[in-house]
Ligand binder design. Sequence first.
Ligand code: ADP
Ligand code: MG
Length: 289
Amino acid sequence: MNNILNVKNLNVCYGETAALKGIDFSLPQGQAVSFIGESGSGKTTLLSAIAGLLPKGSQISGDIEFIGQNFYALSEKKRRQILGNQIGIIFQNPELFLDPTEKIGKQMEDYIMLQHHIKRKDTHNKIYDILNQLSFPDVKSVLSAYPFELSGGMCQRISIAMVLSCENTKLILADEPTSALDQIIRSQTAKLLVDTQKKLQASLLLVTHDIKLAQDVSDYIGVMYKGKLIEWGTAEEIFISPYHDYTKALIAASPKKDTDFLHFRMYDATTDSKEFLRKEISPGHWVLI
Ligand code: ADP
Ligand code: MG
């Protein structure tokens, strides 16, 4: 199976803060991975680094290959063409995606014209298709509203729908995409995410601390702790036989799981060596030791 993404020895610093330390993983074409870990473990930084959207002043080293090409060796122009077209990004905060000064309808038209290379008058059916899939009660009034007139959850669903409407998407990057949504809408939106990923045969890289969501959508799981990827394996391996105490604790802390793991010893990944030892505890399931 070909890999859509190869990340090799990725390090990111914000000044003195080392946010990512020696991250290595490969994501096969058409597969979904979730990165789980507590707040501050480096999940958003990982996603931003892959998208080439790190804030100014951050330092990055290592390689990121997207479909066999070194992403950071491409020109800024080429990278921007790939983003939003072959790589779709769903941010945790829809305000990063939606323009507060434009009505939703106009923004959707602009986005769809650009991504689908069609004229403004031909965007109408696509927009209605997308919004109907998400069961919006009153599409007309949504389209004539400004983002601030809608709830955060509603804005998030619109931004997700726009990103997922692009048929060229090969990789969907999603940062806590459902955290602003209530439970019922969350399940519906998660389903749309996975259905679209399967339909487009795209890969999905999801960052979440919703363990249940990770379990529902993922082929692979990566566990982040203090900037390191401490465990990697198939979802089945990680959920059935997690290795690290930290992974066990994360799974135990999620709702509706049994509490056998509650007596855990926090895994200490504080040693700051550049060289990490990896142990393969079963084929493809490795951990930092
Ligand atoms: P997560 O998404 O898992 O919560 P982040 O990637 O946001 O983690 O953060 C990883 C670490 O980097 C944290 O220590 C955080 O405080 C720090 N960090 C994140 N963004 C910035 C930034 N723009 N400037 C400085 N430090 C940052
Ligand atoms: Mg984050």
